[in-house]
Design a protein around this ligand. Structure first.
Ligand code: HEC
Length: 170
């Protein structure tokens, strides 16, 4: 009988000590470890766990049309080019005398190297201005990677030629 009595007390004690231990650990966590969550951290937490943050500036070959580069290029295009060339490069929402990338022929030469020169220097005597001061070279390459996806006439420039040109381009 006393054995049975002890047995009950023992499991009660274990449960009691267990919950005290939990409360203690939780208390330590709240007071000493948890630093709170700011809105910024919450937004960052929304990215998939372990996914590295994409940095366009660190891409070695932003002319090669990697999907993340095209996405970044599209954003830059919307902010800098869409008001004249249209969001989809077809002049819809743009101006009628700008180039329609989806069907017009290139007038300054085919290929992404020539397009880079246009964005770098502009086309004198037209509304196509130079973006040399306002966009970094890698930003211009990213925009051109995006334009390639909708261009009627794709670039056939060899990646090694583009790399050699890009190494000297400002
Ligand atoms: C203010 C209006 C305007 C903006 C903004 C603009 N463009 Fe243009 N762009 C033009 C016009 C107009 C032409 C056609 C010029 C001509 O040949 O008469 C043109 C032509 C071009 C061409 C054609 C070159 C060829 O060989 O035919 C490219 C490429 C181009 N723009 C890229 C861009 C990019 C990239 C941006 C954004 C970074 C941009 N443009 C922003 C007006 C603009």
């Amino acid at each position: 009988m006393s054995e049975n009595h002890d047995h009950h007390n023992q499991s009660g004690l274990i449960a009691f000590l267990g919950s005290m231990a939990f409360v203690f650990v939780f208390f330590i966590y709240i007071v000493f470890i948890n630093k709170g969550v700011t809105l910024d951290e919450k937004v960052q937490d929304a990215a998939p766990v372990g996914a590295p943050k994409f940095e366009l500036a660190s891409v070695k070959d932003p002319w090669n049309g990697a999907p993340e580069v095209i996405t970044a290029g599209q954003k830059l295009y919307k902010a800098n080019c869409a008001m004249c060339h249209g969001e989809k490069g077809d002049l819809v929402g743009g101006i009628p005398n700008a180039r329609n990338f989806t069907k017009d022929p290139w007038k300054q030469g085919d290929g992404i190297i020539n397009h880079f020169k246009v964005v770098q220097n502009g086309i004198p005597g037209t509304q196509m201005a130079s973006f040399k001061a306002s966009l970094k070279p890698y930003e211009r390459w990213a925009i051109l990677s995006f334009i390639e996806t909708l261009a009627a006439k794709k670039s056939t420039d060899k990646p090694e030629d583009v790399a050699a040109f890009a190494a000297k381009a400002e």
